[in-house]
Design a protein around this ligand. Structure first.
Ligand SMILES: Nc1ncnc2c1ncn2[C@@H]1O[C@H](COP(=O)(O)OP(=O)(O)O)[C@@H](O)[C@H]1O
Ligand SMILES: [Mg+2]
Length: 403
């Protein structure tokens, strides 16, 4: 597959102009190494997943660092976090030299810990997720966004199986000592079966015969390795009691389909998970847009005791708030706008709100944009373009005016 330019590139370029070090974290095989090697072809390259290099980094960190010509890319730095303390010393000798140290890592939290401890103010931390719809229209529910799953659709199932295997053996095992990887594998499948639901830890623990604290620990592993999305409830004091647990999704729709045994479009169309898969897909696109701009991941769901539900709320790039309802359908109806209109009313004037029903793209008939007063209908691709500030602007101004 030809190289697909990444939406995060300009953010990486600004980061290397401003900081001595740049860290790119994100799930395994999302494209971190490819991105940095392509942007910085002349940087030297140290792969810390290689056992010999890793041993060297532990035994003689100074020696290793002195040999490396700068700028340098240290790939999979989570294998040698002790290097940070030495790199910090080197940075502090010449703090004005920016863009010298590049890192990738596939675990967010342990790495971030090392970075905040040793590299505070010296490193920019960016997050790379699999490909988004903004980057290639090949991204979809069945394929997800991993470049390799997109490159060979026929070998997709095999690719996901081996991805899971490597993920368990490398990432999971590096963080926790799971005696029984088979149980963790079952846990992953169980999480997939809860895709789009309110997280219930007890409910996950029981079928596996593990404790609730173990489930919490395992969820944490999935979270710091970029495999799940937890969308907490949106809190603003509306004077109503709100549901407190997050909603859970697998980050990659393709991996979710694989774990759910959905391999063809026909199976997807009749799957009871279709709605949840579409919803999770929209959530991951929202997060991709946020992290590609160097912002933090931030997405909420809304559900109150009166039964008002809105799929997602998240901050708009230029201030204000997006409210989104997801419909795995090519047909939209004004009634679908009701929850958005109700929530909007109850939040009156607190923040400028842009509300949309996000739906599947229809190939027939003109797209409907103005669904109801103050609510747009956007197909997934148009929605993603709207997030990045491209297109759909004019229309929204008109809708806002009529609301
Ligand atoms: N932007 C891209 N366009 C096309 N293929 C890509 C792109 N980024 C990564 N790939 C492919 O995906 C695979 C995984 O990428 P890699 O950079 O090794 O991921 P990571 O370092 O995040 O584990 C590689 O086979 C690579 O060729
Ligand atoms: Mg890599």
């Amino acid at each position: 597959m030809r190289f697909i330019p990444r939406a995060i590139e300009s953010t990486v370029r600004s980061a290397v102009r401003a900081f001595p070090a740049v860290v790119v974290t994100g799930p395994r095989r999302a494209g971190k190494t490819t991105l940095l090697r392509r942007l910085f072809p002349r940087a030297s390259y140290v792969l810390l997943e290689d056992p010999d290099t890793r041993a060297r980094a532990r035994a003689d960190p100074r020696g290793l660092l002195e040999e490396v010509r700068l700028p340098a890319l240290f790939d999979e730095i989570q294998n040698a976090p002790e290097l940070f303390a030495y790199i910090r010393t080197r940075i502090d000798e010449r703090p004005s030299r920016v863009g010298q140290w590049l890192f990738t890592g596939s675990q967010e939290a342990p790495l971030m810990h090392g970075v905040t401890e040793s590299m505070a103010g010296r490193a920019a931390v960016l997050h790379l997720l699999p490909l988004s719809l903004e980057e290639t229209d090949r991204v979809g529910l069945l394929s997800g966004g991993y470049p390799e799953a997109l490159a060979r659709p026929k070998a997709r199932s095999l690719w996901f199986s081996s991805y899971i295997q490597t993920y368990l053996e490398r990432d999971v095992r590096a963080i926790i000592s799971v005696r029984d990887l088979a149980t963790f594998r079952r846990f992953l499948a169980l999480v997939a079966s809860r895709h789009g639901q309110i997280l219930n830890r007890t409910d996950l623990a029981a079928p596996l015969g593990v404790s609730v604290p173990t489930v919490s620990e395992w969820l944490h592993v999935l979270e710091i390795t970029g495999q799940i999305i937890l969308a907490p409830p949106y809190f603003e004091n509306f004077g109503k009691r709100l549901v407190k647990s997050p909603k859970i999704y697998l980050m990659d729709a393709g991996l979710a389909c694989h774990l759910l045994g959905i391999t063809t479009q026909a199976e997807l169309n009749r799957s009871p998970f279709r709605g949840a898969l579409f919803e999770g897909f929209v959530a991951s696109e929202i997060l991709k847009r946020q992290v590609n701009q160097g912002r933090r991941k931030e997405i909420y769901h809304f559900r109150d005791q009166q039964g008002l539900k809105v799929d997602f709320l998240f901050p708009a790039a230029k201030g204000g708030l997006w409210m989104v309802e997801c419909k795995a359908s090519k047909t939209v109806q004004p009634a679908m706008a009701k929850p958005l209109q109700s929530l909007r009313r109850s939040m009156a004037a607190r923040a400028p709100v842009r509300a949309a029903v996000v739906h599947e793209k229809s190939t027939t008939g003109p797209p409907i944009r103005a669904l109801a007063p103050g609510v747009e209908a956007l197909d997934a691709a148009t929605f993603v373009r709207a997030l990045s500030g491209k297109g759909a602007r004019q229309q929204s101004a008109r809708i806002a005016g009529s609301a």
